[in-house]
Design a protein around this ligand. Sequence first.
Ligand code: SF4
Length: 754
Amino acid sequence: RREQAGDGVLPLTMNYRSRPEVLAVVNHLFGADFGDEFQPLAASGDFPDPVFGAPVELLVTDKSTYSETDVHWRRGEARAIARRIRDLIAAGDAAPGEIVLLFAAGTDAEWYEEELRALGVTTYRSTGRGYFGQQQVVDLLAYLRLLRNRYDDEALVSVLASPFVGISNDGLVLLRRAAPKRPLFVALERELPATFPERDAQLLRAFRQRYDRLTAALARLSLERLCERIISEHDYDLAVLARWDGRRRYANLRKLARLARSYEELRGPDVEGFVRFVRDQEAVGARELEAVAEEEGGDAVRLLTIHAAKGLEFKVVVVADAGRDKAPPASHEILALSDGRFGFRVADPITSKPRGAYAYDAVQEARREEDRAERLRLYYVAMTRAIDRLIISGSIDPERTADDTTPIGWVLGRLDAKEEIERAGAEPVELEREGARVILRVDRFATEPEVTVESFPEDGQLALFDEGGVAGALPPLVPALQPLVEIAAPPVHRVRRLSFSALALFERCSYRYYAERVVGMRPTDERSAVPGTPGLAATEIGDAVHRLLELVSLEEPIPPDDLAARVRAWYPRVTDDELERIGGFVRSYCDSELARRVAALPGARPERPFAFEHDGVLLHGRLDVLQLEHEQAVVVDYKTNSLSEGTPEEIVEHDYRLQRLVYALACFRAGAQEVEVVYHFLERPDAVVSTVFRLDQVSDLEGELSEAIARINAGAFRPTPSEFICAGCPALDVICAGPRLRSASYAEHALATV
Ligand code: SF4
């Protein structure tokens, strides 16, 4: 490609990160606004697992519904995002560490973090103030300054107002009055006035004792130990740990102590120098990240600014707070653009009001346009960080035209979705625009359901003292509680997604399915061969054949010239006999009547992925060959089974019945009216089994699939041993006797010992 480009510009349009569904939406959104320069992105990554539902979602919070309430609309949006993230995690669609919330400005990111934490989601935020601006770092530095100079008023006020001491604002004012025109600490050295609040006076006395102990120890302690002593003397660690993000705050304190140790190793125990060093770092805006508490490091939802996320990628990206409007640029007196244009404002000689001179208005408009384009580029960066899922969230007031210029307003405008927003209820709405599919969820304020409490007559108690009241029936004091319903035991296994290989494994031995897919045991031999056997396993031979047939042109089926070299590269231990067998399978297809038929099918394509949902389970897999034309589908599947197992028809009926119906349903879901599924057993060119399904059979097929899923969900896992399936099984001789189960004497022995 570099040679093709010559000296010109080489466009980078292949995207190896995001799913095609995500890129389709990004292309649709930005295509028109970026103009002719825009190069649509094409997906180049390999995504074997499909995403459950549409990979792009819009979470729109209707601001107008929050206007008369005591809940801020941004809080509402943060809650909607938190609920969605909790659901994604609960459904197993993403782990917390794979999710990121991106903000153009991190000003209110704390709200979003609070709502996530409220739902029990671990978070790690690195927006807003940097490390040196964190409150606990500022507090500890103020204390260090105070130890060096007790008459540093600013440091003293910081310490007194912080959790180190915690005196009230009134106490601070009275303290100031107690030593007018003198350093504040002088008031502490004098007798406190009698009017001083008692609680504040106690706090100050305790502070003085601790402060004096620390100043006495100052010369003996290293900087790191000094930091630790300050924290422990005042129980500051307990105060920060009591906060919802206490572990992070505490980690920030530990980090400052470590920084102090490093400083001391280089420069000696110089408290003042260390304080100055940290202050300088903050002044120059040194990018020091907040400390990550241990439990937050790996598996926490991250909250980052878009700028900080450049070059990164995440499985799930939530572009949050997209309803935030950027403040309009201040009206400068003189404006200049990088292309040399400029304009300025002068006072009108008649009205004295400022008005533009030269091209001021045009330059101002160009400046606004630049800002807008920059903001779009920023959101483009944010959206292209997503691998699997992109969620764009923002708040708008549908009646307010000013909100149209916010990023979420712009997105809704590009999707022409205003009408859908107005109509949307609690259920999500699906939008499709030129191949870009988006799920729209609208959040509107809803009051929490009220808890109804049974009321009683106010004189219920007094009735005791009525005539004969004591002897009479007592009024009910509390409502009778409903008997507790016994909670059903959780299912052993709740399946959410199934590949065909998992389904096939369940059909062959449900106990092995349980061992591998539920318990997580790994096959003892990844080749699924009998351990210790040389050569290739049956699955490896099947894999080599499928990979070679992928290389064969469907229009002109000829075996690859370098067949042997390729197989040796994939499987170096392949034997000559196995190579001959593999080549025979490939030639068998190329010479078959079926291959000639496929060559004549217009639009037939190899290796087509599919995914569809049934009974809440995502079924996915790949079709070896698919042709879908005029609502007629033809699916071809290659098999390398030995025909000594039975006739082709028997093998299909016994082993591939479920697979066949899954293939058929996938095609019906894709719009086919009739589906032909053809199995070719490559041992012979003519060993072909073809079955045609019509639309009126769909309910029967779905019923059969439902039964299979129900069997998995019911947790009916039983061993069904055979030499073939037991090879490489992780349960063999660990929790299952495998083929020995078939011997009657073993079964009797097992029963006798139970
Ligand atoms: S050893 Fe055989 S029978 Fe037992 S679980 Fe494994 S495959 Fe099934």
